[in-house]
Design a protein around this ligand. Structure first.
Ligand SMILES: Cc1cc2nc3c(=O)[nH]c(=O)nc-3n(C[C@H](O)[C@H](O)[C@H](O)COP(=O)(O)OP(=O)(O)OC[C@H]3O[C@@H](n4cnc5c(N)ncnc54)[C@H](O)[C@@H]3O)c2cc1C
Ligand code: SF4
Length: 323
């Protein structure tokens, strides 16, 4: 990695000041914990003439609970979420996902907003400048072709954040603040199925808060990674489940690491009214298999990730049904 290039640092104390600072330059970037962004700046992947540090904005650092549910400021750290006993009790999938991100030092600095907005990843992209240059770069940045799917004109870099699928399974919405005002959207609508243009945020917009509905049901997160101590997910599965006796009353399954965006598996209503036995788990596994498209963006074989994510889903569903 290279040393950091020179940049101007802004340290706003309100969202309005942050938006105003961001408006001042095309290469201005928001920075929260910096655990994703700074590595990308040092690798020459993300030009940044100005960094707008969000960490001094008190309104982004709150966790609040009311009758409408749980509200988490985008600047709350992953460690704060993972260590919150009430979140662990009410929203286990989120707690487990936050605790599985990187290593303790990353979680102390890394925020939930930064985790949602982190860049997509690919073996041919997350490399030093000289490594990428020796391969003629690639479509995602400065190159002409995709080395993973050379016939394609799109990028398949994988979305690899851990908390997005957990939040999506739990039914999260987010607040976005921007120069033209604020809006609330389903978290799933933050993401594009495109490894280059992976977020739907307009220039200058930032995520300010995450909202979860009142606690209910059972949930969990399972992650496949090479090093258990610290690693991005090769695949991650979050499940939210409500049971009526031994029958499924409601179910959402969400995935990360397999596509350019995190996704909620479609068609899981087929399990409503069923027990989670081998047949229904196999049916849900087929839905998962059909909707993921892992390609060779990591050193691990796509076929292995495909089979492993299906097995992880089944294991998690059985674990939750037995809880
Ligand atoms: C060795 C290593 C291992 C890692 N392992 C994992 C892992 O297992 N799982 C995982 O999910 N991540 C992993 N990460 C990535 C990173 O640590 C986390 O995703 C972290 O949560 C990022 O949060 P941050 O606050 O540091 O984001 P930053 O690095 O500050 O920002 C990340 C991106 O989000 C943007 N951004 C930040 N906040 C906002 C906001 N409020 N609104 C709009 N845009 C915003 C920034 O401009 C930047 O583009 C790892 C990183 C490293 C270095
Ligand atoms: S999927 Fe292709 S275009 Fe995208 S980062 Fe990898 S090699 Fe580059």
């Amino acid at each position: 990695m290279d040393v950091l290039p020179e940049f101007r640092l802004h340290r706003p104390t309100t969202v309005a000041e942050a938006l105003a600072a961001r408006g001042q330059g095309a290469e201005a970037r928001y920075i929260a914990g910096g655990t994703d962004l700074l590595a990308n700046v040092r690798r020459g992947l993300t030009p940044a003439s100005a960094l707008i540090d969000l960490s001094a904005i008190a309104e982004l650092r709150q966790i609040e609970r009311d009758a409408a549910g749980l509200h988490i400021g985008a600047g709350v750290t992953l460690a704060e979420i993972a260590e919150d006993a009430a979140i662990a009790a009410d929203y286990p999938a989120l707690s487990q996902a936050a605790a599985s991100v990187a290593a303790p030092a990353h979680r102390e600095a890394g925020t939930i907003g930064g985790n949602l907005c982190l860049d997509t990843r690919c073996y041919f992209y997350n490399q030093s400048d000289w490594w990428r240059q020796s391969n003629d770069f690639c479509l995602k940045y400065r190159g002409e072709i995709c080395h993973v799917v050379p016939t394609s004109k799109r990028c398949y870099a994988a979305y690899s954040g851990d908390t997005a699928p957990a939040l999506m399974a739990l039914g999260a919405e987010i607040d976005v603040a921007g120069p033209d005002g604020g809006r609330r959207l389903d978290l799933a609508d933050l993401f594009n199925d495109d490894g280059i243009d992976y977020l739907t945020l307009a220039p200058g917009e930032l995520v300010s808060a995450i909202h979860l509905p009142p606690a209910g049901g059972r949930s969990g997160y399972e992650k496949l990674r090479i090093r258990r101590s610290i690693d991005f997910p090769l695949a991650g599965v979050a499940v939210w489940l409500e049971m009526d006796g031994d029958k499924v009353a409601a179910l959402r399954i969400a995935l990360t690491g397999t596509n350019a965006r995190p996704l909620v598996v479609e068609g899981t209503d087929v399990a409503i009214g069923q027990t989670l036995d081998d047949d229904s788990v196999a049916t849900l596994g087929k839905l998962v298999q059909k909707q993921i498209s892992p390609v060779h963006t990591t050193t691990t074989q796509p076929q292995y990730r495909r089979r492993a994510v299906t097995a992880l889903s089944g294991r998690l569903l059985r674990r939750l049904a037995a809880t």
